[in-house]
Design a protein around this ligand. Sequence first.
Ligand code: NDP
Length: 337
Amino acid sequence: NRRFTLVRRPSGLPTAADFAHDTQPVPEPRDGEVLIRNRYASLDPAMRGWLDDRPSYMPPVPLGAPVRASTIGEVAASANPDFAPGDWVLGLNGIEDYSIAKPGGFTMKIDAKAVPSVTNYLSVLGAVGLTAYFGLLDVGKPKAGETVLVTGAAGAVGSLVGQIAKIQGCRAIGIAGGADKCARLTRDYGFDAAIDYRGKDEAALTAEIRAAAPDGVDVIFENVGGVILDAGLNNLNQGARIALCGLISEYNSTEGAVGARNVWQLIVKSASINGFLVSSYLDRFPEGAAAMAQWVAQGKIRADEHVDEGIENALPAFLRLFEGSNQGKMILKIGGE
Ligand code: NDP
């Protein structure tokens, strides 16, 4: 069982010295458990937080353990009457060839034949799609005709949020890094306007958002934080809603948070900011997944996936999320037999 393990808690951006690759005997499932042959691992910005030892919504990854990740794979051996070898399952496991899991909670069967690619369960039909769906519709509550600002807009979650905003009849403005990503926002994902944040300070970003949304922003779907959030706060409309999904610009910070200095604007505009976790919507997942699947089938939503191959590439693939070199949902194909 080849594993990608955590051996030291990273300070700032993770480095190779924080991890190890080892090989252990393949474990055996006990009563009620299944042995999963992991085929793909989802690489998510949130995994950076799980490497730290501090209070969070999940315990930290223990030192010496495989790095925690959502995976999809096939049941290789089963001690659970509801699961048979060959069944495809999705679960919260580790970056390793084989994981032991107890069905229930996050471990569930998936129908690999019902989708164009089984990896869709890690992107548009999985947590990423549901984050966009519930975060925008339930937390952001956009109404037709309103303006929605999406940060981290060319990423897995952001690109879906922009498309859902368009389906709702909203005007969608996206912020992303670099000219290529900005071109993709309008060309591939249907955003009405795109803003490149690279090399710009709060004043410049504030002005660019104002130019793209002269009447103000009604909903912000925030993935980034820092000066990008501050520039968004400077452009709120009366009664605006901010769905706080992530703060990726701060995940590797060694100096603490830098953003949200302009929260005064929430008072000025009687606006609200609400953080949310997709896992809070577990009981409504079927509703969200059905809506996303329908929009994909109707050609209304495009979902890009960026698949890197080989467990040995786990770290460089993970770091793409922080360099911005991923083009779509970042996924690692765990190769080998
Ligand atoms: P993405 O596919 O969006 O990849 C991350 C992107 O973030 C990069 O491509 C890069 O794009 C951008 N980025 C990285 N560092 C910075 C920085 N310092 N400043 C600005 N942009 C940066 O990842 P996901 O779609 O999986 O995740 C997006 C966000 O959603 C994250 O904040 C994540 O934590 C959050 N999330 C929250 C969930 C919840 O339940 N609340 C669930 C899932 C995700 P660029 O090239 O444009 O800089």
